[in-house]
Design a protein around this ligand. Structure first.
Ligand code: 4AZ
Length: 584
């Protein structure tokens, strides 16, 4: 919060005329444009899917059990069926919601899990009692937060989760109960049963028990200051962007410009502070696991004194996540140090931009391209024509096209796929795929000295101001006889319509450059890469050199095809498994 706002707020305490100001400052944290997209915990442009889900067209959907890792870490479901691991059980639940986690290990007639709300005035509230095996116990108030309360309400079928977790409920006078113990619950928040949370037995009396009010249409508390969750629930404005999933569908944490508490992912998501440096990626850009000090897991060493009754499914989930197949892309292995400065960029060394390819048509070096894996090269639609595929050659590992270097590979072209909505007049959808021919003696297209760049699945991976790189064999303005692969650092530019009014299409295009315009793509660089590096030093092809007014003029930055907008189009043609990084 800006200091001036803070001071005004101090003045404002108790004064109603300041209420508007108060809510203005509050709203400042939310990104209105993003809220229109109605993102939830199922939106893989914002968050990772669970290991038992895959990301299709921006949504996490159920995987089939066989698509889970094969690891054997037996778990038992409420249906009495044993599964090889938690992922397989959860993917089953994802399709048949009646199948729920019961315990770790094989099933052997443990009895059931159930959850009741007791002594409330309605069905949707009360003390939380669970049945575990043959015993029943109440849940403790200690560490009972909205996170756990949401899980209890989901289980009872309230899709909006909980609205209150602090309300107290008393035993009716005619009920004679002596409470000596309760179960402390610790959840992550998106479990579907308290059996999936860590349950620990604690000493207690009847004042120590947790209560909950679940969300119903009638329970909806609405005032002008409320935030409407995607699931329809209303929560106080000040509970948005605090890292805590109050909505139950996470929609209060996914469109944030800052966080009241918790950690702000570059993608605009607030996550709990404790998820930072916990060894698991939570932010899609990996920024929550960056700059972490190497520490022993001191937290885990704190031995639980009390009796833990349930499995730690969160550990299982993390382990399974680490067992999912990973794509190899966007990683370069250079040891170079040479950085010769020349006008508008530096000369690249072998392996520095291993996804860069050159497209030759006849004898002419025609355009650049980006290798994305398999037999596939991404380029600009304006670079290629469909019916002359036989005339193109793809050159890989090329650093100098006058003095051809060692390690250069040449492939012929099988076919060219141009985006169906490409417009040669507006340069909208300036994107094309080139399928290379396989090496005559090989069954794959593997190319030496070539590594694919990763294809971004979300427009939130990078944002204006981020530093990225362009590379190409195109010509320098002025200096004509340079035919070497060059590169330069540029930053992503916001609000590019100010430079190209009516010609810039936000959804499909991206601008990048430097303040003085000194680094820019130019003639011959078209079709080549604009790559950005995430927190784990993985490179993504964020843009394809498309067009621009002149070269190297700060008032006219280079315009690039925004590749993240075409993830589905690309995966439709090349196959999802080639480019889908997570949860294939
Ligand atoms: C071109 O003619 C071209 N400065 C490519 C990029 C830019 C301008 C022209 C951007 O291929």
């Amino acid at each position: 919060m800006k200091l001036v706002h803070y001071l005004l707020l101090l003045f404002c305490v108790g004064l109603s005329f300041c209420k508007t100001l108060h809510s203005l400052v509050q709203e400042d944290l939310l990104d209105e444009k993003c809220l229109k997209e109605k993102y939830t915990h199922q939106s893989c442009e914002k968050v990772f899917c669970h290991p038992w889900e895959k990301c299709i067209d921006g949504s996490c959907i159920c995987k089939l059990p066989y698509q889970c890792p094969k690891a054997v870490m037996l778990v038992c479901a409420t249906t009495g069926k044993t599964y090889n691991n938690y992922c397989q059980l959860k993917s089953h639940e994802c399709i048949y919601p009646k199948t729920k986690f019961l315990t770790n290990g094989t099933c052997h007639g443990q009895g059931q899990f159930d959850l009741y709300l007791k002594y409330g005035n309605t069905e949707s509230e009360g003390l939380v009692e669970v049945k575990l095996g043959n015993a029943t116990a109440f849940i403790c108030k200690k560490n009972w937060t909205i996170t756990e309360a949401n899980v209890a309400c989901f289980y009872r079928g309230f899709k909006g989760g909980a609205v209150d977790y602090k309300k107290t409920f008393n035993f009716p006078g005619d009920v004679d109960v002596r409470i000596t113990e309760c179960l402390e619950a610790n959840c992550r928040g998106l479990e579907t049963t308290l059996a999936e949370c860590v349950l620990t037995k604690r000493k207690a009396n009847s004042k120590d028990l947790a209560g909950v009010v679940c969300h119903t249409q009638e329970a909806a508390l609405l005032n002008d200051d409320s935030f409407q969750c995607v699931n329809g629930k209303y929560i106080p404005q000040e509970k948005t962007c605090d890292g805590i999933n109050d909505c139950g569908d996470q929609s209060d944490e996914l469109c944030c410009k800052g966080c009241r508490s918790g950690f702000l992912c570059k993608s605009g998501v607030c996550i709990p502070k404790k998820y930072q440096c916990n060894g698991e990626l939570d932010c899609i850009g990996g920024d929550d696991e960056m700059n972490c000090e190497e520490t022993g897991n001191s937290e885990h060493e704190v031995q639980e004194q009390a009796e833990r009754l349930s499995a730690n499914t969160d550990e299982d989930r993390k382990l399974l996540k680490s067992l999912l197949p990973k794509l190899s892309c966007g990683v370069r292995n250079t040891t170079h140090t040479r950085r010769k400065r020349i006008v508008g960029g530096k000369i690249a060394t072998q392996g520095q931009f291993p996804w860069q390819v050159a497209i030759k048509e006849g004898e002419k070096l025609h355009c650049g391209g980006i290798y994305i894996g398999g037999c596939w090269v991404l380029t600009a639609a304006h670079c290629v024509r469909k019916n002359v595929a036989h005339r193109y050659q793809i050159w890989t590992g090329l650093l100098d096209w006058i003095k051809i270097n060692n390690g250069t590979g040449i492939r012929r072209v099988n076919r060219v796929i141009i985006h169906e909505q490409y417009s040669g007049t507006t340069y909208q959808n300036d994107i094309a795929l080139i399928e290379m021919k396989k090496h005559p003696t090989k069954t794959t297209c593997e190319l030496e000295n070539t590594t694919p760049a990763c294809v971004p699945w979300s427009k939130y991976l990078f944002k204006p101001g981020d530093k990225c790189f362009i590379s190409g064999l195109g010509q320098n303005e002025g200096i004509k006889n340079i035919y070497k692969l060059k590169w330069g650092e540029v930053k992503l530019i916001d609000n590019c319509s100010q430079y190209y009014s009516h010609r810039f299409f936000e959804k499909e295009m991206e601008c990048a450059g430097t303040d003085d315009g000194s680094i820019d793509a130019c003639k011959g660089d078209s079709g080549g890469p604009l790559v950005c590096m995430d927190s784990n030093d993985v490179f993504y092809v964020w843009g394809i050199v498309s067009w621009g007014e002149n070269c190297g003029k700060p008032e006219f930055p280079g315009v690039y095809t925004k590749v993240s907008n075409y993830f589905d189009w690309i995966s439709h043609h090349v196959g999802r498994s080639l480019i889908a990084q997570y949860n294939v």
